[in-house]
Design a protein around this ligand. Structure first.
Ligand code: ATP
Ligand code: MG
Length: 419
């Protein structure tokens, strides 16, 4: 992608009403556009990052046998009444709307009800189990506070997976696999070390759940971390009996700010019971299906990565999700020598399938470097008259966005680095 062609422009200032660091940087660098508080559009650069996060999640869900589907955002009131979750007293973040004839609809906050209804058509006998299905979908939640940028949207992307098992043992088996898959995701995103499996309350679903909490001062949650066991408990369950069960001592826990990036629950027969999702066992007896649900927030994760890795100069993407692998920054000369060399390098790298952003704009070096730092692509290759003149072995300057380390290398070395 040539930067002269990219319609998004970087900007010096974020909107005045934007208080979160992640949204300020993402807006300034041209990744997202703020529609209103808690509502953001994803621009070409932002969508590239989001798709990469999504793909990492997708690969790990597929690896444990998840099957992808896409459910509707519009929700049938009658279905949610059957489980007692239509009322605003039960789910206080519903966005609701109505058909022309007056009948009410909801915009999906989560999808236990519709997936259970779908599975009623497909799960009949023990042979149809176990099953796990997942989707990526924009969820709608009328959040009271939306001051955390894309980490707390009123419309946001969620990956939600639902599992269906014959019994508790089979459920626990899948739950363990899902936990491991989640940990792999955070590892691949570069936040494995600072993301803790956190023992948490089960909300309206069950007594307990597991949250995945990433340490950051931008987080809205407080957790109590056990460094030795690399686990944590959240505020709700910081109780003597819970700590005893987990075999941890209160004095070994350290209070930290964190953001919940994922949350998984054992649902038991809470939904299969209410919606009569049963299967016939080997003897023909009708048994309610045992369910689990597994949520993760790709947009919240994207905001978290910005919060965790950014420095004073701007965003610093981990390689696994950066919008491009390399940023060619050309400092043009009058004779057009630099342009020829930079154009060729761009053509060769893109020809080899490398994702390149090429700053071919007619701007001063300082402005280009500042933009490059702000955008946060892992490696910058500077093509300049001076570097070219220094001879073929040192004709290109590469700089790591993360470490700031600079190296002068040959053209072949640049190609080898990426292709
Ligand atoms: P929170 O406590 O932060 O409001 P939640 O517990 O309501 O989150 P879940 O219902 O567990 O969220 O949703 C699953 C995942 O979806 C969360 O772990 C998070 O990654 C993401 N998520 C939830 N709410 C939002 C939001 N408003 N904006 C962005 N991502 C969200
Ligand atoms: Mg949660």
């Amino acid at each position: 992608m040539k930067q002269t062609q990219l319609f998004t422009k970087t900007r010096k200032e974020a909107p005045k009403d934007e208080v979160s660091k992640n949204a300020q940087l993402l807006i300034r660098a041209g990744y997202v556009h703020k529609e209103m508080a808690g509502v953001y559009s994803f621009l070409p650069l932002g969508l590239r990052v989001l798709h990469k996060i999504e793909n990492i999640v997708r690969e790990e869900m597929n690896a444990i046998g998840g099957q992808e589907l896409a459910m509707t955002a519009l929700q049938d009131k009658a279905l949610w009444e059957k489980t007692g979750r239509w009322s605003d007293d039960v789910i206080d973040v519903w966005f609701k709307t109505a058909l022309k004839n007056g009948s009410e609809l909801g915009l999906g906050v989560t999808h236990e009800e519709p997936i259970t209804a779908i599975m009623k058509d497909h799960i009949k006998s023990f042979r149809d189990l176990p099953v796990a299905a997942y989707q990526f979908q924009n969820k709608f939640r009328n959040e009271t506070r939306a001051k955390s940028g894309i980490m707390r949207g009123r419309e946001f992307l969620m990956k939600d997976m639902y599992s269906f098992s014959r019994d508790e043992a089979e459920h626990q088996d899948f739950y363990a696999k899902a936990t491991a898959a989640y940990l792999k995701i955070f590892e691949r995103l570069g936040i494995g070390e600072i993301t803790y499996v956190t023992f948490a309350g089960g909300g309206m679903f069950s007594k307990f759940s597991h949250e995945f909490q990433t340490l950051t001062d931008a987080g809205e949650d407080t957790i109590y971390v056990h460094e030795g066991k690399h686990m944590a408990v959240n505020k709700e369950v910081l109780l003597d009996e819970v700590l005893k069960d987990l075999d941890i001592k209160r004095e070994d826990l350290v209070e930290k700010k964190a953001v919940e990036v994922g949350n998984i629950f054992s649902l038991g027969t809470r939904f299969s019971g209410a919606l009569e999702l049963n299967y016939a066992d080997a003897n023909g007896a009708s048994i309610p299906v045992v369910m689990g649900c597994y949520g993760i927030g790709p947009t919240r994760l994207m905001g978290t990565l910005v919060e965790v890795f950014a420095d004073e100069a701007g965003i610093v993407w981990p390689e696994s999700v950066a919008p491009f692998a390399v940023h060619i920054v050309a400092l043009f000369d009058k004779e057009g020598k630099v342009k020829t060399v930079a154009d060729e390098l761009y053509a060769e790298l893109t020809g080899k399938g490398v994702e390149v952003l090429y700053d071919d704009r007619d701007l001063r070096a300082g402005e280009k470097f500042a933009d490059s730092d702000l955008i946060g692509i892992p490696v910058r290759v500077v093509v300049s008259e001076k570097n070219i003149a220094s001879g073929p072995a040192t004709a290109f300057e590469i700089k790591s966005r993360k470490t700031g380390q600079i190296e002068k290398v040959s053209r072949d070395a640049v190609i080898k680095l990426f292709a």
